[in-house]
Design a protein around this ligand. Structure first.
Ligand SMILES: [Zn+2]
Length: 149
């Protein structure tokens, strides 16, 4: 299995989000080997449906750099981004996207609208999937099982 130290941090964020009652997804933004943004889902905490882990981590990274673009930065997220996040990743000019588990129900990268393959997408990151995917999938499975019990 492909693993990565930054994905381990994203998994930590996912677990922390789950402990707060959020859907357990985590994301980390890295520039030149340094973490400049990291977050889990915060939609419930912030009453903000756009506060997905990826968007929250991008906001933190942009704030840290004092700019709206993240050219040359890489984003690690535990689950395939949804369409909204795929677009935000594109708009922020992220260089590489690494994700854990695929999301056939809600993903927008390799499933659904496949945003980066559309002619309306003007910047597509390089995409690497299946990073630490077993742990990423386990965290989500545990969360949704807990909801049903
Ligand atoms: Zn999203």
């Amino acid at each position: 299995m492909k693993t990565n130290e930054f994905m381990e941090l994203a998994l930590e964020e996912a677990r922390a989000a789950g402990a707060r009652g959020e859907v357990p997804i985590g994301a980390v933004v890295v520039l030149d080997g340094t973490v400049i943004g990291r977050s889990g889902n915060r939609t419930r905490e912030l009453h903000d449906i756009t506060a997905h882990a990826e968007v929250a981590a991008i906001r933190m990274a942009c704030d840290a750099l004092g700019q709206e673009r993240l050219t040359g930065a890489d984003l690690y997220v535990t689950l395939e981004p949804c369409t909204m996040c795929a677009a935000a990743i594109s708009f922020s000019r992220i260089r590489r996207l690494y994700y854990g588990a695929e999301d056939p129900k809600g993903g927008g990268v390799d499933n659904g609208v496949r945003f980066y393959a559309q002619p309306t997408c003007h910047h597509a990151p390089d995409v690497y999937s299946g990073i630490n995917e077993v742990q990423a999938a386990e965290i989500l499975r545990g969360f949704f099982q807990g909801k049903r019990d």
